[in-house]
Design a protein around this ligand. Structure first.
Ligand code: NAD
Length: 355
């Protein structure tokens, strides 16, 4: 097929990948021209954050261990004040999207460089997108200052990620690649990354379910999540991300499980309008249908498949449909309120995906 015109947004990040690569933290900090870093993590990952601070020795300005989902603005202000008072000239985020999100909130106002050490597959480390929650409302935006300068992907640090979270976080990553394939900004490079990223995750997640200590499967999954995160950071997303943003932001549903449940239904909705993307997704997961294949993949790997399993109430579906259709993102198939409401009903019940 001839190559058509495109625009590709490359993101300038340095990636250090490999088992044991956290050993390079000090070297990478100095390569950024920084001297002392504030280490950020969530309370649940205190031990890991403390061990990173200890490893840095005199290059550690301290540890802030209260990163939380959706980045409350008060927490961001507090963490930024701590960074300034300790004389940090860099922040190191160790953890998932919540720890990296806090680092981004600090960088947004201070321009401190971020070194990210991701321990989930969410992909935030590869994007210039930030989110902040104020008075119950989540605001997102894009600013190149929040894009981490260096990423250390050390699969050893993902061995502790519980199997259930590994599966949903991995499917969260697949969602970035799937929507990247039918994005308005899709281009040959991000589509290549999508094929490879989905293939790596579809291959590795079942092996992680069988044996969570399988380091080679962990490395494969982290590699896939890097590629999928790079797509999220490079092209615009569509209906699926809008639905998940609505469900997470307005109904407080957990991030990765919501992505896992909604993805097959969003793909079914878009299937006819984006046949080439569907073929590529189906091929990468080794199934004849992208939507049905991902529905079965989630179920077979023990992930939730119904919104009613993760805290959604049926009487909230009408409002969710209205919100999803307002300020809609571009989507290959126009948003039809009735069809979106029906999609949400199927996702709520865990029924098979339908166009
Ligand atoms: P998370 O960072 O909230 O992590 C979930 C829980 O898992 C936390 O308690 C964390 O401490 C724990 N955890 C993480 N890694 C672990 C490990 N290896 N072992 C044991 N426990 C571990 O979850 P997430 O799904 O990574 O991130 C979700 C958040 O990130 C949401 O707020 C979402 O909006 C945001 N996000 C933003 C972007 C972006 O581009 N800005 C992209 C993806 C996600």
């Amino acid at each position: 097929m001839p190559t058509s015109d495109f625009v590709y947004n490359g993101r300038a990040t340095r990636v250090v990948f490999g088992s044991g690569s956290r050993v390079h933290l000090k070297r990478e900090l100095l390569a950024l021209g920084a001297q002392r870093a504030l280490v950020l993590c969530s309370a649940e990952q205190h031990a890991l954050g403390a061990s990173v601070a200890e490893q840095l020795g005199s290059r550690s300005a301290g540890l802030f261990d209260r990163a939380a989902m959706h980045v409350p603005v008060e927490l961001a202000v507090e963490a930024r004040t701590v960074a300034v008072s300790l004389g940090a000239d860099c922040v190191i985020a160790v953890g998932g999207g919540s720890a990296i999100g806090l680092a981004k909130a600090i960088a947004l106002e201070s321009s401190l460089p971020i070194l990210a050490v991701p321990t989930t597959y969410a992909g935030s480390e590869m994007t210039p997108i930030f989110g902040l929650t104020e008075a119950g409302l989540k605001r997102t935006g894009t600013d190149i200052r929040v894009l981490p300068k260096t990423i250390i992907y050390d699969p050893d640090l993902t061995l502790t990620l519980p199997v259930g979270m590994s599966v949903t976080s991995g499917i969260n990553a697949i969602a970035h690649a799937a929507e990247g394939l039918y994005s308005r900004d899709a281009n040959p490079l991000t589509s290549l990354m999508a094929d490879e990223g989905i293939t790596a995750l579809a291959r590795s997640l079942p092996n992680i379910v069988k044996n969570p200590n399988d380091l080679s499967a962990r490395a494969d999954a982290l590699y896939g999540s890097w590629l999928c995160g790079a797509i999220l950071g490079s092209v615009g997303m569509a209906l699926h991300h809008k639905l998940c943003h609505t469900l997470g932001g307005s109904f407080d549903l957990p991030h990765a499980p919501t992505h896992t449940i909604v993805l097959p239904h969003a793909l079914a909705y878009n299937a006819e309008a984006a046949p080439d993307a569907m073929k590529r997704i189906a091929k990468a997961i080794g199934h004849e249908s992208a939507a049905q294949g991902l529905f079965e993949f989630a179920r077979e790997n023990g992930a939730p498949i119904a919104l009613n399993e993760i805290g959604m109430r049926e009487d909230q579906l009408d409002e969710a449909a209205d919100l999803s259709c307002s300020n809609a993102y571009w989507n290959p198939r126009p948003l039809e309120r009735g069809a979106i409401r029906a999609l949400l009903q199927r996702a709520f019940e865990g029924s098979v995906p339908k166009p």
